[in-house]
Design a protein around this ligand. Structure first.
Ligand code: GLU
Length: 424
């Protein structure tokens, strides 16, 4: 452990220990000095806030929230805000470090940050959710802003939540501040194309990997864990590009259709039933058996830490593309590596979302909105360039794609840190 532990999420997987050891390894691979490695690993700022919320019952409940700025040597902090009952400081710190690497890997002028509130939002009424969001936004207001740190949606937060944050900050500052958050609705400075951008990036990376492995997308069997903001557009995009999505899981269960799922039928069914389970013509799969469903490509698109050592041993797919943040544990990654299963790491595969955020922020700062075509053209170009750079470097370094992406990210952060020197 190079830097501060706080509280452990689970006995066997601490995301902060995991990410800091990955950065440390990348630093050693690049032969950086220990001082530089420590400086890159250590989060710059950790803010913990109490979030009191008046519930509809009239009672006040207390929640805890965080905003962590991991590294801002390449630009303002950037990263989402998640509302989840398992959120804790180690997880947010790990995710903030992932954002520093991710922004460097796709070469956009940001550092990394992340925020979250430990709350199960499904237990809140819409009015309670709004009060929680506004109070949290108020509490982190001193450290966020278009030039300092720009939040965005993440697990269980959406354009409506971003609108409340934007409004809270705008009220506090006394001028319109659309550039303070990204992932906003179009009417208040959002951008055409943000929704679905992560899924588009995942699709581009999947296709690029297949091409480099001399495999054609036609009839590749894909399994997708998660049917939310990322998973649901992803099922559609993968199917449109010729792949066959054969199994999908959500929090309520999993389904399998060996001939391939009709993405439109699944979207309709989900709209009515609120779960993928029960799609007419599908078999229900025990969630524990999900990763063993016969497939060629596995895409975790939900929460972190799901591809454990045990899952990695039994997974049938010959390729993993990480749409979620931190879905593979260190042990899981080691097993996949031994088994020769290439993994497109999260910091590359799911970076489409933050690239979209960068475009939205640039438009807000300029006060000039782009057409959708320009947005998609630039998103595709950025993702292709990032993938190709990692692929080429991976050949040169002789390490796997995750270690390569980490090395490229750390190298760029180290360069910025070195150039800027040490204040004072
Ligand atoms: N939450 C997304 C991520 O983890 C997007 C972050 C952003 O756009 O700032 O990459």
């Amino acid at each position: 452990m190079v830097t501060r532990p706080n509280e452990s999420v689970s006995e066997d997987f601490n995301p902060w220990t995991h990410v800091s050891s990955l950065i440390e390894r990348a630093g050693h691979l690049l032969q950086l000095d220990e001082g530089m490695i420590k400086r890159i690993i250590t989060p710059e700022r950790i803010l913990e806030v109490a979030v009191p919320v008046r519930m509809d019952s009239g009672n006040v409940e207390m929640f805890t929230g965080w905003r962590i700025q991991h590294d801002t040597s390449r630009g303002p902090g950037k990263g989402g805000i998640r509302f989840h009952q398992s959120v804790n400081v180690d997880e947010i710190a790990a995710l903030s470090a992932d954002m520093s690497i991710k922004c460097a890997v796709v070469n956009i002028p940001y550092g990394g940050a992340k925020g979250g509130v430990r709350v199960d939002p499904t237990t809140l009424s819409p009015a309670e959710l709004e009060r929680l969001t506004r109070r949290y936004a108020f509490s982190i207001a001193p450290v966020i802003g278009p030039e300092t740190d720009i939040p965005a949606p993440d697990v269980n937060t959406d354009p409506q939540v971003m609108s409340w944050i934007m409004d809270t900050i705008t009220m506090l500052r006394g001028y319109s501040a659309p550039g303070v958050v990204t992932g906003k609705p179009l009417a208040i400075g959002g951008t055409l194309g943000h929704a679905g951008a992560t899924s588009l990036g995942v699709t581009i990376c999947t296709l690029a990997l297949l091409k480099n492995l001399a495999r054609s997308p036609e009839n590749e069997r894909v399994i997708v864990q998660g049917y939310g903001k990322v998973g649901s557009p992803l099922v559609k995009l993968l199917s449109e590009r010729g792949m066959k999505v054969v199994a999908v899981a959500d929090v309520k269960g999993a389904i399998h259709v060996p001939e391939g799922i009709d993405p439109d039928a699944l979207a309709r069914h989900y709209g009515e039933a609120g779960t993928v389970v029960g799609l007419p013509g599908s078999d229900t799969v025990d969630p524990d058996q999900f990763w063993s469903v016969p497939s060629d490509i596995a895409i975790p698109a939900a929460l972190g830490g799901v591809i454990t050592e045990k899952v990695a041993e039994t997974i049938t797919a010959s390729v993993v593309v990480e749409a979620a943040n931190g879905p593979t544990t260190g042990e899981g990654a080691a097993v996949l590596h031994e088994r020769g299963v290439p993994v497109v790491p999260d910091v590359l595969a799911n970076a489409g979302g933050v690239v979209a955020s960068y475009f939205e922020w640039a438009q807000d700062l300029q006060g000039y909105m782009w057409e959708k075509e320009l947005f998609h053209q630039r998103l595709e170009k950025t993702m292709h360039e990032a993938f190709d750079a990692i692929w080429i470097r991976h050949g040169e370094l002789g390490v796997n794609l995750r270690e390569t992406a980490l090395a490229v990210g750390v190298e760029r952060i180290a360069e910025a840190t070195r150039l800027r020197g040490l204040f004072p």
